[in-house]
Design a protein around this ligand. Structure first.
Ligand SMILES: [Zn+2]
Length: 91
């Protein structure tokens, strides 16, 4: 789990998810803004490519929309659960 670069306290999974929904990475312990490292940005950015890669494949095989939903829902849940473990803060 990511730790604050200002106070050094580790964020819990729940704190990280709640903070991500606010779109501003503010430390819940000390209130200082945190910034993602370039490495964690590129790691999490890869998730954005999953739908971009998957959609033409689904289209190619004429996969129906309800099946896409069934396939993509667990993928999105896994991404959502693992996201807080992949981020790291820079100074
Ligand atoms: Zn802090």
């Amino acid at each position: 789990m990511a730790a604050c670069k200002n106070c050094g306290k580790e964020w819990t999974w729940k704190q990280t998810v709640v903070t991500l929904f606010r779109f501003r990475l503010i430390c819940p312990h000390c209130g200082k803004r945190q910034y993602l490292t370039a490495a964690s940005k590129s790691k999490t950015g890869l998730f954005g490519f999953i739908p971009i890669i998957a959609m033409p494949i689904f289209n190619l095989f004429h996969v129906s929309w309800w099946l896409i939903g069934i396939i993509m829902t667990p993928v999105l849940i896994v991404i959502w659960i693992s996201y807080p473990y992949m981020i790291e803060f820079s100074k």
